[in-house]
Write a protein that binds this ligand. Structure first.
Ligand SMILES: [Zn+2]
Ligand SMILES: [Zn+2]
Length: 87
């Protein structure tokens, strides 16, 4: 399967500048609605060690994440576009 994602839609994470994919899942930050990739959330949580507070890199709002990035809702709008592009 092609891993490349289209630049037409600019579907890349604004923090790491890497395209969203089925491996780099777009997650919605609940408090503010911004989207960031799962990898960036995980990296931030690692750096924060025990803290489960995630600061949005766009607006600095704090979202408390229970456990891991996978508990944030997926951005299905972006996932749909990725799936359509890959198929
Ligand atoms: Zn990212
Ligand atoms: Zn935000």
């Amino acid at each position: 399967m092609e891993k490349k994602t289209s630049n037409i839609f600019r579907l890349e994470c604004k923090t790491c500048n890497l395209g969203y994919s089925t491996y780099r899942i777009p997650r919605v930050i609940k408090e503010c609605g911004h989207t960031i990739c799962e990898k960036c959330v995980e990296k931030t949580l690692e750096q924060a060690e025990q803290k489960l507070e995630f600061y949005c890199p766009f607006c600095q709002k704090t979202t408390v994440i229970q456990g891991s990035a996978s508990n944030l809702p997926k951005n299905f709008a972006i996932i749909d576009i990725i799936n359509n592009y890959l198929n």
